[in-house]
Design a protein around this ligand. Structure first.
Ligand code: F6P
Length: 329
């Protein structure tokens, strides 16, 4: 069997570990893997991973150190062309031309939406792995890249706290998460922030200001607020403007961590999860499955139909928000 693997959407630390696992699991069962470059864009434009010897297939030896590497060696993209029916038909033709029997896309909701569209024009098997730092895919309790993103954000907040306290300031730190407060809330708890703003709850300025006033009365000279970029009241800049209008008791500064959170060597957790999911995806293909993403629940691989993964976004637990609120009061 010939399996095509590719990364799609926003890159996530651990994608390379997942590819490595796919390659090695397939090889262990006697199957060949080819890497498709730049996701659906590369599929349409016939871009395959090629080694210096001109070989297209990914060998177990070639991916030896990939578990430790950040970024995506197969590159990634968000393809506008693939959104069109013509783009999907072309991609299907390329897959047939190269005799690919099955695909393993590593990505988020847009990736699996794309996989569903592709399956209308191509009858090979498609089994995905969840790769997004946002951790917001339905059906799985984890997505590859989340742990590293939180690690990076926490390290950044630890540093910001130093300058915040030197200058008696409040910092508003914006982290990624278009639809989800996962990165924001986990970072806020781990970094000991005072306030968090996430899309899952209403950000109430009156409550935030009274909380900050209480901290000030207790003698606090600095504060940290973590904001998910997708908060309904806006990112760090907009929230800062509104805090000022509500007489924020601290002098404020803002920082947007942005794509910093998508880089770096994956944490052991991301490497382990990516390896488990890549292994699970190949086994699911060998078992005849298709149209599913391999996620995990309680450390076991589970298959989730693509349609479920992008029907909505997995919200962060509000129990955790209560923990933060109690600890920070
Ligand atoms: O979906 C992952 C993610 O990192 C989001 O958190 C963020 O909003 C988005 O990708 C940014 O995408 P781009 O790299 O295309 O700007």
């Amino acid at each position: 069997m010939k399996i095509g693997v590719f990364c799609s959407g926003g890159d996530a630390p651990g994608m390379n570990a997942c590819v490595r696992s796919v390659v090695r699991t397939a090889a262990a069962h006697g199957h060949e893997v080819v890497g498709i470059m730049r996701g659906y864009h590369g599929m349409i434009h016939e871009e395959f991973f090629m080694d210096s010897d001109g070989q297209h297939h990914l060998t177990p030896y070639r991916v030896t150190t990939w578990a430790a590497h950040g970024g995506a060696h197969l590159r990634s993209s968000r393809s506008e062309e693939f959104r069109t029916e013509q783009g999907q038909r072309t991609a299907a033709d390329i897959l047939r031309k190269h005799h690919i029997d099955a695909l393993i896309p590593i990505g988020g909701d847009g990736t699996f939406n794309g996989a569903t569209a592709l399956s209308k024009h191509w009858d090979g098997q498609i089994v995905g792995c969840p790769g997004t730092i946002d951790n917001d895919l339905m059906g799985t309790d984890y997505t590859i890249g989340f742990s590293t993103a939180v690690q990076t954000a926490v390290e950044a907040v630890d540093k910001i706290r130093d300058t915040a306290s030197s200058h008696d300031r409040m910092f508003l730190v914006e982290v990624m998460g278009r639809h989800s407060g996962y990165i924001a809330l986990y970072t806020a708890i781990a970094a000991g922030a005072d306030v968090v703003a996430i899309p899952e709850t209403d950000t109430n300025f009156t409550e935030i200001i009274s909380h900050l006033n209480r901290l000030k009365e207790q003698g606090r000279t600095m504060a940290i607020m973590v904001i998910a970029e997708g908060d309904e009241k806006g990112g760090a800049e907009l929230i800062n403007a509104q805090l000022k209008q509500h007489d924020c008791p601290f002098q404020t500064r803002t920082i947007v961590l942005g794509h910093l959170q998508r880089g770096g060597s994956p944490t052991p957790e991301d490497r382990r999860r990516a390896t488990q999911m890549g292994n699970g995806a190949v086994k699911a293909i060998l078992a005849g499955e298709t149209g599913v993403m391999i996620g995990t629940r309680d450390d076991r691989c589970v298959s989730i139909p693509f349609a479920e993964t992008y029907a909505s976004h997995r919200p962060v637990s509000l129990d955790l928000l209560n923990v933060l609120n109690e600890i920070a009061s």
